[in-house]
Design a protein around this ligand. Structure first.
Ligand SMILES: *Cc1c(COP(=O)(O)O)cnc(C)c1O
Length: 373
């Protein structure tokens, strides 16, 4: 018998029967892309759910990040202060947009960028801050807001992990100048592939839309260097349908997270990354830290769980500044990032997705206990 394999995540899909009429509609209309009716409806729905003025959709989160970093008010190229404890797309998009990543350290409780370290790195070349709501845990949005105002520097959030998260009853997408979401298959809400930018100004919205459509302002005018990064009607229709399942998805994830929490909370050398209070979380990931003081190191535990069919992942190792990509290495500044380095060696993300059974959760916890106690 083939060995059972449990991946770190598994995409949620609504019943196919519910998608078929939408597909039929797209076939009948033969309107497939270029901001069609489904895209317009999906954008409107996201604006309502997030309580933001404007949403522009994209073919994926990486293009959405690139668009956001290319459509800021100030078109000057310069330094963008960011974190290396993230998925590679965060850093890639800074370099593709023609800016220089400046890596500063994270803070150990949330593993999000440290606001104090950002302030130390600000200088006249700084054009933006690109912060990541890592694992969907909110950055210190109020402190970042104050910093952004004090220095007149825009703040862009990589909110790829943060769909459905609220801070003091407000969607995280309401914070910062722009927030970028990913609807990749592995994310909390997926449209197969997809992404979006939430913003608060009509001018920025226009710029983002032009950027995603070759730079076209109208039939004969190109306003700026653009790309083709539009979301298709297929993806938008699926997104609309998926929105009806958000509560169900997050509820299932919450139950799994609570079970892990209960089973793992008192193990020596193991730390669970938790959210600050006042946050409605989405449990996009279940990250744990295997401290140096524990009975076994992260890599041994990683291998042990994988041998037993649990495909845990080292999100985020290596740091994005350590992949050996020449364009990043030669074009970035790295400040002291000791906390990020330490946690990249100790982090492990456990399987979590709506259809994961609680008995699998118990098995993972049992294997971890076997190794660590
Ligand atoms: C997934 C992800 C992205 C990229 O999104 P795609 O839709 O896969 O292009 C960007 N940043 C972070 C932090 C991510 O996890």
């Amino acid at each position: 018998m083939a060995k059972k394999v449990i991946n770190v995540t598994k995409p949620f899909l609504p019943p196919l029967d519910e998608f078929m009429p939408l597909l039929r509609d797209i076939w009948d209309s033969a309107s497939l892309t270029n901001n069609g009716l489904y895209n317009q409806r999906f954008c409107k729905a996201l604006e309502k759910v997030w309580g933001v003025e404007h949403v522009v959709t994209f073919s994926n989160g990486t293009q959405a990040l690139l668009a956001a970093l290319s459509c800021m008010n100030n078109s000057k190229k310069g330094e963008i202060i960011t974190t290396a404890f993230t998925f590679i797309a965060t850093t890639n998009s800074i370099v593709w947009a023609g800016h220089k990543p400046v890596f500063v350290d994270i803070e150990p409780n949330t593993l999000n960028i440290d606001v104090v370290e950002i302030e130390k790195a600000i200088n006249e070349k700084t054009v933006a801050i690109l912060a990541v709501h890592c694992y969907g845990n909110p950055c210190d949005v109020d402190e970042l807001d104050a910093l952004s105002k004090k220095y007149q520097i825009p703040i862009i959030y990589d909110a790829a992990h943060a769909f459905g998260v609220e801070h003091l009853n407000k969607s995280l997408m309401q914070f910062g100048d722009m927030s970028v979401v990913s609807f990749h298959a592995t994310k909390v809400l997926n449209t197969f592939e997809g992404g979006a930018v939430a913003c608060h100004s009509a001018i920025t919205k226009k710029k983002l839309m032009n950027f995603s459509n070759f730079g076209f302002q109208n039939e004969t005018t190109i306003s700026s260097l653009g790309l083709n990064a539009k979301m298709s009607e297929f993806n938008a229709a699926l997104g609309l349908l998926q929105l009806q399942y958000t509560d169900q998805i997050i509820k299932a994830r919450t139950e799994i997270a609570a079970t892990y929490h209960e089973l793992l909370q008192s193990i020596d050398g193991l730390k669970i990354i938790k959210c600050s209070t006042g946050v409605k979380v989405n449990h996009a990931y279940f990250p744990i830290i295997i401290r140096n003081s524990s009975k076994c190191d992260r890599d041994s535990l990683y291998l042990y769980l994988r041998e037993h069919g649990f495909m845990v992942r080292k999100y985020f190792y290596p740091l994005t500044c350590d992949f050996g990509i020449a364009e990043i290495e030669q074009n970035s500044i790295t400040h002291n990032i000791d906390i990020a380095k330490e946690h990249a060696e100790q982090i492990l993300c456990l399987p979590i997705y709506p259809s994961l059974s609680l008995s699998d959760v118990h098995d993972v916890a049992r294997l971890i206990k076997e190794k660590l106690s």
